[in-house]
Write a protein that binds this ligand. Structure first.
Ligand code: HEM
Length: 167
């Protein structure tokens, strides 16, 4: 993306449930970055991640959110859950932080199923400010500086190795 952040998606070839892998690689200057599975801020699952700053445990916090408006912090979204994938550890280094997580519930909501589409619009946003309680995935955080969107061929995200990656 123009802000220097990479967003990557992998999907199973076919799954009876909503299942996907999302990876965010963000320059260290970002306090949090979010990925919107339906291409907009409101009314779709959001994967939001940030360095946890915790001395023990996960070095990145990942949080599922859902925004109903533009004036408040997106709320927790109980329709999705994220799990960290050890196959690509979520870490920080001197230049970037990376999160790799499985999201169960992010690819389908309401009547939408993005697995069934090839051309899908996604959106993203980041902020250089750190969330108020970095180790907590229910933390509050401030508004972003750089939202954007792009359209992507999701057909090429489907990979027969998905089961191994989440295994
Ligand atoms: C404290 C949290 C947040 C606040 C206060 C906030 C506020 C706003 C505001 C005021 C706008 C401009 C709306 C307009 O132009 O009419 C906007 C746009 C946008 N925001 Fe947020 N935002 C927050 C978190 C997030 C998160 C976590 C994401 C995740 C990706 C996100 C993604 C976007 C996108 C993609 C747009 C462009 C318009 C759209 O597609 O809906 N925002 N936000």
């Amino acid at each position: 993306m123009p802000n220097g952040v990479s967003y990557r998606i992998a999907l199973p070839i076919e799954s009876p449930t909503a299942d996907g892998i999302v990876q965010i690689v963000a320059p260290s200057r970002y306090g949090w970055c979010g990925f919107a599975w339906g291409g907009r801020m409101t009314g779709n699952p959001l994967t939001v991640a940030w360095p946890s700053k915790a001395a023990t445990g996960e070095s990145i916090t990942v949080s599922n959110r859902w925004a109903t408006g533009y004036s408040s912090v997106p709320a927790a979204y109980i329709g999705a859950s994220h799990t960290y994938l050890p196959i690509s550890p979520s870490t920080t280094n001197t230049t970037h932080w990376t999160v790799t997580a499985r999201c169960q519930g992010c690819t389908r909501w309401g009547t939408t199923n993005i697995e069934a589409a090839t051309s899908v619009t996604f959106a993203y946003a980041c902020s250089t400010a750190t969330p108020s309680i970095p180790a907590s995935n229910t933390s509050s955080f401030g508004v972003h500086e750089s939202p954007g969107r792009w359209t992507h061929d999701l057909g090429i995200a489907k990979n027969g190795s998905f089961g191994t990656w989440v295994g």
